[in-house]
Design a binder for this molecule. Sequence first.
Ligand code: GDP
Length: 297
Amino acid sequence: MAFESLSDRLQATMKKIRGRGKVSEADVKQMTREIRLALLEADVNFKVVKSFVKRVQDRAVGQEVLKSLTPGQQVIKVVQEELTELMGGEQTKLNLALKPPTVLLFVGLQGAGKTTSAAKLANYIRKAHNKKPLMIAADIYRPAAIKQLQTLGGQLNIPVFSLGDQVNPVEIVRQGMEQAKSEHHDLVLIDTAGRLHIDEGLMDELEQIKAVSNPDEVFLVVDAMTGQDAVNVATAFNERLDLTGVIMTKLDGDTRGGAALSIRSVTGTPIKFVGMGEKMDALEPFHPDRMASRILG
Ligand code: GDP
């Protein structure tokens, strides 16, 4: 499972301090040293680690903590709160359009999980918000991407708009939006092409797709297993497309967790959903506080 090693290490550190009736500044120093190493080994961005450790340290040696009746527990509470804050604090809700349709644009590198996540989210929002979705297949470059979306749409009974792979993706999206309006779909999900690397052509095309579809959410789909690369990808996409949210996939794998813990602090973009498997129901809204609790045990 994700975060296993980080979780084990942080839990071992917390255990040492939990029941303490007295905690000294030296104890806090020792604890933060251990936290720092655990985070770095989990591939968390070093700047993020540095500021996290400083905040924990400053708060943990504060008067109200060390002089409290249960200092051990108070120190742990500080770590828990700061870990939650690191991942975005409050859960960030989906932006639904005031005037339908709500349009969700999915971008990211090839293999990150865009097509799968678009279908999962269409299914999730249809149930949670009682919507009538249309998915637009605008990934004309990856062989079989259109077919894959159509297959998933077939399984879920969600229609897919496609013009095959010989029409320009911007034109596909433009016509797809028209169809959505004429057929009264109140939710549109646009699956776009990913490349193996970020390139200018990809970014230009995505900017044009964004302009013709005016999305309520621009979701970057990133694979948690790619660690700090995921953070670099997010930075690059955010500069060009003003991302509104991240969908982090493959958290069911044995990722060390660095991307999940760094991406919000580095890019300012919140994680809104996480992929927890290949099945269509394996997508969850992301709750920073629950994730922090899971990591700290
Ligand atoms: P795309 O190229 O970005 O559209 O990526 P796909 O949607 O085709 O996904 C690539 C692979 O990752 C597929 O085999 C998916 O089943 C798999 N995948 C996507 N999301 C998850 C996830 O959350 N967990 C796991 N284990 N696999 C996933």
